[in-house]
Design a protein around this ligand. Structure first.
Ligand SMILES: Nc1ncnc2c1ncn2[C@@H]1O[C@H](COP(=O)(O)OP(=O)(O)O)[C@@H](O)[C@H]1O
Ligand SMILES: Cc1ncc(COP(=O)(O)O)c(N)n1
Length: 264
């Protein structure tokens, strides 16, 4: 079984973050491991607290897991501050970890700020150059290049992000008119189309997408095939989203499709 590590933050409501990543790994047929860099006190409505751990806590978890279990791919999720981003980037570089997917989480579905504003530069300078792919949503994509969101300029935005050094950029489509993800590999643009579902229960969609992408890269798919399958898994998780859990945007359900009709 391929091994994929999530370096990210705990969501106590378990819709997004590390908890969503583990569910997506299970769905994608890989063995998931975790380095937890911070804890949020969070539900489907709000984030009431964020506790970042000292950067060394992330480093030790990554080293300890990799020295025994190894990793065929890595995804990063919410990293919260510059110190953590820098320590994670340095460790990934030193251990030469393959197939890095960077999901630059900045704002929660509920509106809470999940990245200290001054940490944007650390993402751009230290982590993006190591990435096989970065997977911002439309809002994050424009925020990362310091511009106002303007969907008509999405290709220029992808080009500007590509110039920062990742091997590819995928701007996810949950907040676009078409609902398509946009893949840019420095040569061509590919629209990753698929069904658009009534989008009420999307808490964790981005986390599920980036975890699935890392899983399919670990399993040996090329980037385009991995991106198509990642959109399929994320959109399926939205389709089966759990409206009855919590009072806000319900958590996605990564295992919904395969548990349907299962004898529990
Ligand atoms: N309503 C929806 N129907 C189908 N797929 C969706 C829907 N919302 C999001 N997705 C998919 O989920 C993934 C995450 O997208 P997005 O919502 O843009 O990220 P985030 O959760 O970080 O805001 C993408 O592959 C996107 O296409
Ligand atoms: C700990 C944590 N990580 C990430 C997200 C973003 O979630 P989404 O996948 O909905 O963008 C979150 N709300 N909390």
């Amino acid at each position: 079984m391929k091994r994929v590590m999530s370096i990210a933050t705990s969501d106590s409501g378990a819709g997004a973050g590390i908890q969503a990543d583990l569910k997506a790994f299970l769905r994608c047929g890989v063995y998931g491991t975790t380095a937890i860099v911070a804890a949020t006190a969070q539900n489907t409505v709000e984030v009431t607290d964020i506790h970042p751990f000292p950067p060394e806590v992330a480093v030790r978890q990554i080293e300890t897991v990799v020295s025994d279990i190894g990793a065929d791919a890595v995804k990063t999720g919410m990293l919260f501050n510059a110190g953590i981003i820098s320590a994670v980037a340095g460790t990934i570089r030193r251990l030469e970890l393959p197939n890095l997917v960077v999901d630059p989480v900045m704002v929660a579905e509920s509106g809470a700020v999940l990245l200290e504003p001054e940490a944007v530069g650390t993402y751009r300078e230290e982590l993006f150059p190591l990435a096989t792919a970065i997977t911002p949503n439309l809002n994050e994509a424009f925020a990362l290049i310091g511009e106002e969101r303007d969907e008509s300029r999405i290709e220029d935005c992808a080009r500007a992000l590509y110039e920062l050094g990742p091997r590819a950029v995928i701007i996810t489509g949950g907040h676009t008119e078409s609902g398509a993800d946009l893949l840019y590999d420095g040569e061509r643009f590919t629209r990753i189309e698929g069904p658009v579902h009534a989008a009420n229960n999307t808490h964790g969609a981005g986390c599920t997408h980036s975890s699935a992408l890392a899983s399919f890269l670990a399993r040996g798919m090329d980037l385009e095939e991995a991106a198509r399958n990642a959109r399929r898994i994320a959109s399926e998780a939205v389709k089966y989203g759990l409206g009855e859990i919590g009072k806000g945007a319900g958590p996605v359900h990564a295992l919904g499709a395969i548990l349907e009709g299962a004898d529990l």
